[in-house]
Design a protein around this ligand. Structure first.
Ligand code: ATP
Length: 354
């Protein structure tokens, strides 16, 4: 097992620079998720780690060794791709054994490792089947088995669940995380799905246009998003944003927005007249006849255990998670209150957390 370290990594394709100054450390045993929208550079960073793409600037270390110029084969990594890349004419056993055959491992050792991986991945009954005779989840497990038998120091996953339906994705998330808890192999996992990142990662690296926007635990990025971008990207119900100007309200700061006054934490460093964006998660909004925020109800979406009230605010959609039995007439004004400590305040000019 190994650490992975990026030091001032940059990447250019010809004249196009797509990544700059990426520096962070992945500790031994850690499960790190690279998260960001399409095109932010997460796959390129993973491919550079694997040695499938050259590093244009900076230094890349795996297990303390600089690997910039090292062949992929010598990096002690195993990669699981989005499309699984299984060989259709080989049975499951042969698919899993393939890399060991190429590496000319002794037959008894190959058998031991394949059977061990199959047992951990619940694939033992399927070893004599062809990939086309398997479900999507089983194929995904074969792809993981192929990585596992290599007993590599680092696992790299490139959006491995994006071809699966929602239910199977949720199930495979748990399986991959359980597998990690057992094997503890250092893992880098690329996804654009914030739920995968939140549920699986020890540490999330949020990327934006070839740069790192924030690094932290799932709780860090949810509870203290470093920018409006991160606040917007993380969270199952979209966060509400309200733009306002800082005023003093009974000695404490508040933001005067078009939807009403939002009281803020006194400890925040704010100055009167400053333009800010207040981010408030739908779960942190309370329906309150005395509340200072007003939005107009549009419809209520029932989700079984709770309901989401969709409103129209002065700056567009405003969402609130409400009691499942709540009722609101269409197009009525609803008042909300928000606890000051639940408001994420971003400077309107930089969009960074205050
Ligand atoms: P996705 O989730 O869509 O795969 P991503 O975040 O993984 O997106 P990358 O595939 O790493 O993003 O691409 C990052 C940027 O680099 C994009 O703007 C892409 O167009 C560009 N890029 C990737 N590969 C090449 C290439 N071979 N030549 C030129 N530009 C490339």
């Amino acid at each position: 097992m190994a650490t992975v370290e990026y030091k001032s990594i940059g990447k250019s394709f010809g004249a196009f620079n797509i990544m700059r100054d990426i520096s962070f450390l992945i500790e031994d045993h850690q499960f790190v998720v690279l998260l960001g929208p399409s095109g932010c550079g997460k796959t390129t960073l993973l491919r550079m780690t694997a040695g499938l793409e050259t590093v244009s600037e900076g230094d890349l270390f795996i297990g303390g060794k600089r690997v910039n110029d090292m062949h992929p084969r010598d990096r002690d990594i195993a990669m699981v791709f989005q499309n699984y890349a299984l060989y259709p004419t080989m049975k499951v056993y042969e698919n899993i054994a393939f890399s060991l055959e190429v590496a000319k491992q002794p037959p008894a050792e190959i058998k031991r490792r394949v059977e061990h991986a199959a047992e951990i991945l619940n694939l033992t009954p399927y070893l004599q089947r062809y990939p086309k005779e398997l479900s999507g989840g089983q194929r995904q497990r074969v792809a993981m088995g192929r990585a596992m038998v290599r007993e590599a120091a680092v696992f790299l996953f490139d959006e491995p669940l994006s071809n699966l339906d929602a239910k199977l994705r949720a199930h495979m998330r748990t399986e991959i995380r359980q597998l990690h808890n057992r094997l503890k192999t250092t893992t880098i996992y690329v996804t654009h799905d914030q739920i995968e990142a939140m549920t699986m990662a020890d540490k999330i690296v949020v990327m934006r246009a070839g740069k790192i926007e924030q690094i932290g635990t799932p709780d860090d990025v949810y509870d203290r998003p470093a920018s409006k971008y991160v606040a917007d990207f993380i969270g199952s119900s979209a966060i509400n944003f309200l733009t306002g100007t800082i005023v003093a309200d009974q000695g404490a700061p508040a933001a005067e927005t078009k939807a009403g006054l939002i009281r803020l934490e006194p400890s925040l460093k704010l100055s009167a007249g400053q333009r800010v964006i207040c981010g408030v998660r739908p779960t942190d909004v309370t329906v309150d006849p005395q509340g200072s925020i007003v939005a107009r109800s549009l419809l209520i979406e029932r989700m079984g255990h709770e309901a989401q009230l969709c409103c129209e605010g002065p700056e567009g959609q405003f969402l609130a998670i409400v009691d499942k039995s709540a009722h609101f007439d269409e197009r009525m004004d609803v008042r909300f209150s928000i606890a000051p400590e639940k408001v994420h305040v971003f400077d309107a000019a930089t969009e960074n957390r205050v």
